[in-house]
Design a protein around this ligand. Structure first.
Ligand SMILES: N#Cc1c(N)n[nH]c1N1CCCC1
Length: 329
């Protein structure tokens, strides 16, 4: 079959993250989860958390579900690149998304979450959509929901169509023909690090010349910003009057009045574009704005986060979705 589920940006004006409803257990407990193609743990806020670590989230209660069963002696602990983290125990549970069910999904119950999760009332947990090899459950790593439902999908793929300040879609098992015009560009995925990793074939800034270069990146719906090698970032902000590296924020900032050039990227022979307006991410004070494009210095690859993934406009005026799929359907 195929299943679709909404992806709603939060907070509305910042698209910091996208939340999707997921049905857990029997009777159904619906939680809003952050679908993350940059990790592979499905974990939820739970009744096992100390109240002091909760902040308005919907809590999954295994005791209220007739289909949950403890995965004895298994635990998990995850740390994300932004320093946030969580840990806990594991149950097997019925997990349904857009009508597609995994009957015995390893569902990771949080017994501890870090402060930034406590403060994020909108997210009831995460659903990892990267590869099984980076799942943190021990002693036996567990499979992702996408891996578990593969056999019930019409095609072994899912597509991601995030939008700026509007509700988008995740589609499992089919390519939504209404979500793209013309042919689809494919890239070879390298799964050695457990991510949706592939090479960009170059970039251009605004109307400048396209620079052919192979840039290793991952498609990561769980990261807000676009993170690329320092030489690319420097080339981009050369085109932004008054841009500078703010050591207090550890980030590129610029006058909010600056005209932002579009960012063009190559995927094979396809050329996609991120509107310059998307790269003015938010105000840090009345006159200074924070860059949606930052350096991936220190990381083994660049990160195509939501800033790029939500960009719908191809540079030839067509609309395009960012598709992530297991192999060619
Ligand atoms: N940092 C980071 C990160 C990432 N690269 N993918 N998902 C992430 N998070 C999900 C929730 C918090 C951070």
């Amino acid at each position: 079959g195929t299943g679709t589920v909404t992806a709603s940006p939060y907070p509305a004006e910042y698209d910091r993250e996208y939340l999707s409803p997921v049905s857990l257990g029997t009777p159904a407990q619906i939680l809003d989860l952050d679908f993350d193609t940059g990790s592979s743990d499905l974990w939820v806020f739970s009744s096992a958390l100390p109240k002091s670590q909760t902040g308005g989230q919907t809590l999954y209660s295994p005791g209220n579900s007739s289909t949950s069963s403890v995965l004895e002696n298994h635990t998990w602990s995850i740390r994300y690149g932004d320093g946030s983290g969580s840990s806990g125990t594991v149950v097997n549970e019925l997990v349904t998304i857009g009508g597609i069910s995994a009957r015995r999904q390893a569902l990771e119950i949080a017994t501890q979450v870090s402060g930034s999760f406590t403060q994020d009332a909108a997210s009831d947990g995460l659903l990892g959509l990267a590869f099984n090899s980076i799942n943190t459950v021990r002693p036996t790593p567990q499979k992702t929901w996408f891996d578990n439902v593969q056999s019930s999908l019409a095609a072994p793929l899912f597509t991601v169509n995030l939008k700026k300040a509007a509700v988008g879609l995740y589609t499992f098992g089919a390519i939504d023909s209404k979500a793209h015009t013309g042919s689809i560009a494919y890239a070879p995925v390298n799964t050695k690090n457990g991510f949706w990793q592939f090479p960009l074939t170059g970039y251009a800034v605004g109307t400048g010349k396209f620079s052919n270069s192979s840039i290793d990146v991952i498609a990561d719906t769980g990261t807000t910003l676009l993170m690329l090698p320092t030489n690319v970032v420097d080339a981009y902000y050369k085109g932004v009057k008054g841009a500078y590296y703010d050591t207090e924020y550890g980030a590129m900032v610029f006058p909010c009045t600056a005209k932002m050039p579009d960012f063009i990227f190559g995927l094979g022979s396809y050329r996609g574009s991120v509107p310059g307006s998307f790269i003015s991410y938010g105000q840090i004070n009345t006159s200074t704005c924070y860059g949606g494009l930052q350096s991936s210095e220190g990381l083994p690859f660049g990160i195509l986060g939501d800033i790029l993934l939500k960009a719908q406009e191809g540079n030839d005026g067509t609309w395009s979705t960012f598709e992530i799929g297991l192999g060619k359907p």
